[in-house]
Design a protein around this ligand. Structure first.
Ligand SMILES: [Zn+2]
Length: 323
């Protein structure tokens, strides 16, 4: 098929002239058509993208859904772990640390505080940011909890290793021979002051005994004080280490010197009635971490459970102390 020739009207010469196309004209025409074609193609391509998923988008969308499901499963799993760790913590604080007399670890220390950090800010821009941030935070908390827990076990292990010497040092017997418990006069708690006749708090335990009766060191330790102390009369204080101290008051005689080492059951003095006292007796105090404790809770080494019950009953009678 031949091409139709193109004509051009020459206004000066008033006649039609046949147009001769140059190579440049041909190129121009080709480029124009090519550009129009590509442009239309692109427009349709973007329209298609807007209204339909390409195979790649479809795959990504599916993967995203799958990840979301996996994240949720992960969150469930870490919630399960959290329960196990909570249980371990309970036992750690209330049982192991209590038995070995270590301070319980506060929950804010165990879990750490991640609320102030912007660790999770990068998630904010993403879809499902809440799910990702909360799961990541949960894992952070778990990590911290596991770390603190293992540190706690390390500490307890050290305490157990020292348990032998610790047991020797604890003030764990009665300070006078009291086999039938008849010497227990008055215990720790609110009592009536024997001299001023007003309610006061009695920070120790009184044992009645004839003057000169042997007084024992109740645990291994070092004599911190041996001499006169206002109100207490002749008085001995023993430091047992592990933050334990015991005090023996109203003594007739003092048999130890300051700085001297003593062992449990060693005679350190004799019962008397020196200081503020209404008759021969031993006033005995146990201090832990600088605070007076009920001595009745510390005689587990020389009392059977029955004797112990009886001792607690006698010691808790609301009577008059001997001071
Ligand atoms: Zn007393």
């Amino acid at each position: 098929m031949g091409k139709k020739p193109k004509y051009h009207f020459n206004q000066e010469l008033l006649r039609f002239e046949r147009i001769q196309k140059t190579a440049f004209d041909w190129l121009k025409s080709f480029l124009f058509h090519a550009f129009t074609g590509v442009s239309m193609g692109l427009i349709f391509f973007f329209l298609y993208l807007t209204f339909f998923d390409t195979p790649l988008t479809k795959r990504l969308r599916e993967e995203n859904e799958e990840l979301k499901v996996q994240y949720k499963a992960l969150q469930k799993q870490s919630e399960g772990l959290r329960e196990v760790l909570d249980d371990l913590q309970q036992r750690d604080n209330n049982l192991y640390r209590a038995i070995l007399q270590a301070e319980p670890i506060a929950s804010n220390v165990r879990e750490g505080d991640f609320s102030g950090t912007n660790r999770y800010a990068s998630f904010a821009k993403m879809n499902n940011s809440e799910l990702m941030a909360s799961t990541t935070q949960q894992v952070d908390v778990l990590t911290k909890m596991v770390y603190v827990q293992s540190k706690s076990y390390d500490e307890l292990l050290e305490l157990v290793k020292n348990k032998e010497t610790r047991l020797l040092c604890l003030p764990a017997i009665q300070p006078v021979l009291n086999q039938d418990l008849t010497r227990t006069a008055s215990g720790y708690g609110p009592r009536i002051d024997p001299i001023y006749r007003v309610p006061t708090f009695h920070y120790g335990m009184d044992f009645t005994a004839p003057q000169g009766t042997d007084v024992y060191a109740t645990g291994e330790g070092k004599v911190l004080q041996a001499g006169w102390r206002r109100g207490y009369g002749n008085c001995i204080v023993i430091d047992h280490g592990y933050q334990y101290q015991t005090l023996y008051a109203h003594l007739h005689t003092i048999g130890v010197k300051k700085g001297q080492k003593v062992v449990r059951g060693e005679v350190i003095g004799g019962v008397g009635s020196t200081g503020k006292s209404t008759g021969p007796h031993l006033h005995y105090e146990v201090h832990y971490r600088g605070k007076p404790q009920n001595p009745a809770n510390y005689y587990y080494m020389d009392l059977s459970p029955e004797e112990y019950d009886m001792m607690v009953q006698i010691a808790s009678n609301f009577g008059q102390t001997m001071d």
